[in-house]
Design a protein around this ligand. Structure first.
Ligand code: CA
Ligand code: CA
Ligand code: CA
Length: 586
């Protein structure tokens, strides 16, 4: 992107002129805000410019200041920005709750002592980037191929006090940025972040950044002194508050008042809504996104609360990212149980508004929700097939990101009706169905946790003085080890069979207790049979539907010793109780 638009903060900037000090850069297009505290400037960079310092000089009648501006050496595009595909398995880490690798950063200089308190579920617990680096090998052993870290932007270090149940609270989760260009000091610094990404890449693990273009935190210095009067939708004193009438973002018949409330309303009084209709805001956020990719070498972006961004902006952001980093991938959080809504936001097709968001992926919350109900015995197994039929709404359903759950939802083991076997089948299903699966840290050891923040408990063994270390197989309980091994084994099966990662999905059988489907590509056909009941089930599969001829064999790869042979165009499979079985067709 050239020229780049820079935002300079200062004082007495009214009437300022800006000059580049070296011939390889040319400055133009000055714009200053009313208070004279922010200056926008475009800098065109010659393709011949070498990495180095290219300071700018700002001059007013009152004086002169030098502004540092550095061109960095580009990272190797063959080793970075790799994008995420269905070949990947994503593991979500809430950085503060995973592992404390550097206790020295637990109470940064200006942070009050009570902001760090492992007994307060809304305080910092000490997890950091070093803790993630220390456990990359653990993730490699589990078999995942990509990690998504919750936002690492710098957030306010203070503690909120109020008479509400959520106080005292901190921004340990990272969704209230006070500096879009800063790394949270509780988590580490840019050098540690680069080390994390380089070490992850060296192990074959990709890294996904959680970006939040929709809002910043109310402690951001912009809130009291905005770079432009319309930088936000409204002001701290006067703004809409989002009522989360999300379906108005889908409906062509929605009235504009409700649409504006949902798009422009603040996510909370504590989360000022950025105004992407202002081109300077859109430009700032797009460049910021590209800057993180280029500076750190990340492989993917998870875009928070994406449906509250204007659709033209999602498109412009997606296009800008793809133009500079062709393999880059962005997944959006459209937290909806209605597949029509998630499908509306994914790229690859135009909506009724004429916009194709070009968004690579969004999370499949509808299938996630049904799977929770099925594997806690609230809905019949056939509900999985009844949901997945709405894949008709997607231009390419393989592009969705499936999830076992995330940091905003209850952990499986704390849902009413949950059993370990249910959790195991839910996980196996998500690893076998179409899409790119995303697991949440701690599910592999069947952690418990009710609604936020209980679903964000510390990973056992990640913190100094933890008595029990679940990173180590020898210290896991029997249930933890059973879930860990199961998760590991199904990830491995996915990695070993391209048909699971890339093939089409064919429904073969579904009733109250059993769902059988094939995954099929040019290389092979595999078949997944899941039986949630306490009884062994025998089901007849229409073998011809997946090209099996008389005499063809079903070889069990996992979950059973019983295979099958095709006779009279069908084959009978025996699925053990509370089990998922994978077969290969021969
Ligand atoms: Ca720490
Ligand atoms: Ca901070
Ligand atoms: Ca918004």
């Amino acid at each position: 992107m050239n020229p780049v638009r820079l935002l300079i903060r200062g004082k007495n900037l009214n009437g300022a002129r800006v000059k580049a000090t070296r011939p390889q850069t040319v400055a133009s297009g000055v714009r200053v805000n009313r208070n004279g505290t922010y200056l926008f400037i475009s800098v065109r960079i010659s393709p011949a410019a070498k990495p180095g310092e290219y300071p700018l000089v700002v001059e007013t009648t009152q004086g002169r200041a030098t502004v540092p501006f550095r061109l960095n050496t580009a990272l190797d595009a063959s080793q970075n920005f790799k994008g995420i595909t269905t070949d990947d398995v994503i593991y979500l880490i809430m950085t503060d709750r995973f592992s404390d690798g550097d206790p020295a950063n637990n109470s940064p200089a200006e942070a009050p002592a009570e902001a760090f308190n492992r007994r307060n579920p809304r305080a910092y617990h000490g997890g950091d980037l070093r803790g993630v680096i220390n456990h990359l090998q653990y993730l490699k052993e589990l078999g995942v191929t990509a990690i998504w870290l919750t936002p690492w932007y710098d957030n306010w270090n203070g503690i909120n006090k109020c008479d509400k149940p959520w106080c005292p609270s901190t921004y340990y989760h990272g969704y209230h940025a006070i500096d879009y260009y800063g790394v949270e000091d509780h988590f580490g610094d840019m050098k540690t972040l680069r080390e994390l990404i380089e070490k992850a890449h060296a192990l074959g693990l990709k890294v996904i950044q959680d970006q939040v273009a929709n809002h910043v935190g109310s402690r951001h210095p912009w809130v009291s002194d905005p770079p432009l009067d319309n930088w936000f939708h409204g002001t701290a004193q006067n703004h809409l508050l989002d009522k989360f009438q999300n379906s108005v973002l889908l409906s062509p018949h929605a009235n504009q008042e409700e649409v504006r409330n949902t798009l422009d309303g603040w996510f909370s009084d504590d989360m000022p809504d950025m105004n992407q209709e202002e081109p300077e805001v859109a430009r700032y956020e797009i460049q910021n996104s590209l800057w993180w990719v280029g500076t750190t070498g990340i492989d993917g972006i998870r875009q928070d609360t994406i449906q509250y961004l204007p659709r033209f902006f999602i498109r412009d952001l997606s296009n800008a990212v793809h133009a500079q980093y062709p393999r880059m991938w962005m997944v959006g959080e459209v937290f909806e149980r209605d597949a029509a809504q998630t499908a509306f936001f994914i790229g690859g097709h135009r909506g009724w508004d004429g916009i194709d968001t070009k968004l690579d992926s969004d999370f499949d919350f509808s299938l996630w929700n049904v799977s929770l109900d099925v594997f806690t015995n609230k809905k019949p197994m056939r509900a999985l097939r009844d949901q997945i039929k709405y894949d008709a709404l997607y231009p390419d359903p393989s592009k969705v990101t499936t999830l076992t759950n995330n940091h905003d939802t209850r952990r499986f083991m704390s849902i009413e009706g949950a059993t370990l076997e249910g959790a195991m089948l839910h996980t196996a299903f998500m690893l076998m169905v179409r899409g790119t699966p995303q697991l949440y840290s701690g599910e592999e050891i069947a952690m418990e946790g009710k609604d936020d923040p209980d679903n964000r408990r510390d990973f056992p063994g990640g913190f100094p003085a933890d008595k029990h270390n679940a990173f180590s197989a020898s210290q896991r309980t029997a249930d933890q080890q059973r879930m860990w091994q199961w998760t590991h084994d199904w990830i491995k099966l996915r990695q070993e069979h391209s048909a699971i990662r890339q093939g089409k999905l064919v429904d073969l059988f579904y009733d109250d207790d059993v769902y059988v489907f094939a995954r099929q590509n040019h290389a092979e056909t595999v078949m997944v049979a899941i039986n949630r009941s306490a009884m062994e089930k025998r089901v007849a599969i229409p073998a011809a539907a997946i090209g099996m001829v008389t005499g063809a064999k079903l070889l069990p790869l996992y979950g059973s010793r019983n295979g099958g042979t095709v006779a009279k165009s069908e084959t009978v499979v025996i699925v053990p109780a509370k089990m998922a079985v994978l077969y290969r067709i021969e």
